[in-house]
Design a protein around this ligand. Structure first.
Ligand code: DX5
Ligand code: ZN
Length: 218
């Protein structure tokens, strides 16, 4: 079943628990948490402290997207803060296989994310080792950017590899996702749809999610 992962980056941080509750009641499957360090990306957001604060407010899967340099240094912190999925950028990992193993040793699901300009061939060697492959469909750092359509070709290629090898791995997209772009991604093989602005930027989050859900299940 296709899943929706509202990104709290576009939520009202002064009432995060209520924001999360609202999308949980509207049927969200994951809560997407964007961690930015001001080095790997030109923006600073939140750290393990906020993850541990929201952990008791929801039973949903916390999908933690690390846009940080040296992710190895922080895996233990995010694991103990209550992340369920920890996703690291291939571009930030010197020894990607080691980083994936470290996430799993903490009992968490391991995700890898690639930027729009990164060839998908680079993740082929580790596809069997991960639970989630995240395709950035914007350059990471900010919400509200425009979807980059060339990523669709990478998703289709990876979907062929997934089918050939019968791999149990979720494909996720992040950036510029709305009903229209989500539909293109669903057709290319995507399972999990991150959306910030298209959900938290709307007055009625349930209606916003229903529109996306309808588009991805058509
Ligand atoms: C961007 C973040 C995204 C962001 C998406 O770097 O990784 O998760 O919140 O926001 P929208 O859906 O508004 O493009
Ligand atoms: Zn993200």
């Amino acid at each position: 079943m296709k899943k929706i992962a509202p990104s709290i980056l576009s939520a009202d941080f002064s009432k995060l628990a209520a924001e999360i509750k609202e999308v949980e009641e509207a049927g969200a499957e994951y809560i997407h948490v964007d961690v930015m360090d001001g080095h790997f990306v030109p923006n600073i957001t939140i750290g393990p402290l906020v993850v541990s604060a929201i952990r008791p407010t929801t039973n949903l899967t916390l999908d933690v997207h690390l846009m940080i340099d040296n992710p190895d240094q922080y895996i233990a912190d995010f694991a103990s803060a209550g992340a369920d999925i920890i996703t690291v950028h291939l571009e930030a990992c010197t020894h990607l296989h080691r980083t994936i193993s470290a996430i799993k040793e903490h009992g968490k699901k391991a995700g890898v994310v690639i930027n729009p300009a990164t060839p998908v061939e680079l993740v082929k060697p580790i596809l069997a080792d991960i639970d989630l492959l995240l395709f950035m469909t914007v350059n990471p750092g900010f919400g509200g950017q425009t979807f980059i359509p060339s990523v669709l070709e990478k998703i289709k290629l990876a979907d062929q590899w997934r089918k050939e090898k019968n791999l149990d791995i979720e494909f996720e997209v992040d950036g510029g996702i709305n009903a229209e772009t989500a539909k293109w991604c669903a057709e290319a093989g995507v399972d999990v749809f991150v959306a910030g602005n298209a959900i938290f930027g709307q007055p009625n989050r349930k209606e916003a999610m229903d529109v996306i859900r309808k588009a991805i299940n058509e």
